[in-house]
Design a protein around this ligand. Structure first.
Ligand SMILES: NC(=O)c1ccc[n+]([C@@H]2O[C@H](COP(=O)([O-])OP(=O)(O)OC[C@H]3O[C@@H](n4cnc5c(N)ncnc54)[C@H](OP(=O)(O)O)[C@@H]3O)[C@@H](O)[C@H]2O)c1
Length: 408
């Protein structure tokens, strides 16, 4: 039986879990692939740390030394940030070494050039673990793209933000208290900016966009709002009205035009993402033949992430053709002057706004209004303190009949 030689880049939460799973499931891999799997090297940063790694496996902080191991077949990358990982992966792919990565930031920035390098090196680049951890969104989309037209993807891609929003709603606490709870449980970093400002979800959406459209938008043209500004009052008002606020990354394709957004949205009851709570991730996909599909599960954590990595790893040896068809669409820039439907929260009807029809949730101090307005108009009302917050409505192409224009 021939042997597949694997090197790991990173031995933290994800890398060590991949290591343990490979070591403990050797016979399973042999049955699946028909080859032995051997870990030949591990790249780390701090050589003084104690690690549970078997004798005979090279543990080094030098990528040169690792790459000098003869005939590495696969590199599994689980280190943080764009560099040095991007440079390492590029060199591996040039040499024809297959790469499996969990690193969303690296892929969002360098995915396109790494794909080109992989094609030149006749190697494969796989990245299921980079979006939604153990939830098999990449594989599902690749499968669906073969025959379906995918018109809409709405997804909760950041477990930390989802946990914070759930915590505010369920325990009636403010944003800061919910963030502390997330940090206490290990769901949020000491510096939570990547999560709560929407960057993590943004990177994942860029990866999905590249998969679906074969290209990325100009990043400055994509609306990215995080959850820092969301108050307990916002959530109470919206929930009294029968909706929930979820942080959603969305990609909609209509008439060969694509719109991408990352923002908190008002989600109506019955929407596939309405019930998704805690640290879970979930993706709702609309295919013209398959209809609406929803995938939900842990978006992070050692084992779910190792699961996605190792499913990719096995696929490397099971697929003969990994080429993917993408959707033909140009990507739209955000237009803050377009009239759209929103759920706005406000202490009373803004004096400058003629909202004729009040929606459900009427209370003395807290009200939710379903309004038709431009983002620019609502931004002005927000700045002037006339409204508390505003949320686009989840569910692509929803026709809201009972909204009226908000006049500024
Ligand atoms: N954690 C999750 O649930 C999860 C889920 C999906 C995707 N990911 C992605 O997976 C990657 C790893 O995450 P993690 O949680 O496992 O991180 P982690 O626990 O912080 O581990 C990072 C590992 O990378 C090594 N490393 C860092 N910088 C390095 C450098 N310059 N050269 C060589 N090695 C370096 C560290 O070495 P030392 O051990 O010597 O410090 C450590 O072993 C990240 O890109 C993350 O976004 C994580």
């Amino acid at each position: 039986m021939t042997t597949i030689k694997v090197a790991l880049l990173g031995f933290g939460t994800v890398g060590s879990s991949v290591y343990q799973t490979i070591q403990s499931r050797r016979s399973k891999f042999e049955r699946l692939i028909g080859k032995k799997v051997e870990i030949v090297g591990v790249l780390i940063q701090d050589e003084t740390k104690q690690r549970n790694i078997a004798d005979g496996i090279l543990v080094t902080s030098s990528f040169e030394e690792l790459l000098a191991i003869p005939e590495i077949d696969v590199i599994i990358e689980a280190i943080n940030g764009i560099e040095p990982g991007a440079g390492y992966l590029s060199r591996a792919l040039e040499k024809g070494i297959h790469v499996v990565t969990a690193n969303k930031e690296l892929l969002a920035h360098e995915g396109q050039s790494l794909r080109e390098t992989a094609a030149k090196g006749h190697a494969q680049l796989k990245f299921e673990a980079a979006v939604a951890g153990g939830v098999p969104i990449i594989g599902t989309l690749q499968q669906l793209l073969q025959v379906n037209e995918v018109s809409n993807v709405e997804a909760i891609l950041n477990g930390t933000s989802n946990y914070i929003l759930t915590e505010i709603a369920e325990n009636q606490v403010g944003f800061q208290a919910a963030l502390h709870s997330a940090q206490k449980h290990g769901y949020a970093e000491a510096d939570p900016g990547n999560d709560v400002d929407g960057w993590d979800a943004f990177y994942k959406l860029m990866i999905l966009c590249e998969l679906l459209l074969g290209k990325q938008p100009d990043w400055t043209q994509v609306s990215r709002r995080g959850i820092r500004g969301i108050t307990l009052a916002d959530i109470q008002v919206v929930e009294t009205a029968g909706w929930r606020i979820k942080h959603i990354a969305s990609l909609q394709v209509k008439e060969e035009k694509a719109q991408l957004r990352v923002e908190p949205m008002a989600v109506p009851e019955g929407h596939p993402l309405y019930e998704v709570s805690g640290v879970d991730n979930a993706v709702s996909i609309q295919g013209d033949l398959a209809g609406n599909l929803k995938l939900q599960g842990p978006g992070a954590g050692a084992l779910p992430t190792a699961s996605a990595i190792l499913e990719d790893f096995v696929q490397l040896y099971k697929e003969s053709d990994n080429r993917n068809r993408s959707i033909d669409a140009s990507i739209l820039a955000e237009d803050s002057n377009r009239l759209q439907d929103w759920l706005a929260t406000a202490p009373s009807i803004p004096k400058t706004a003629a909202v004729k029809q009040r929606w459900k949730g009427k209370q003395a101090d807290n009200n939710a209004y379903l309004v038709s307005a431009t983002e620019g108009e609502l931004e002005k009302l927000l700045q002037a303190g006339k409204i508390c917050n505003f949320f686009r409505l989840a569910g692509a192409g929803r026709e809201i009949a009972d909204t009226v224009p908000i006049l500024i």
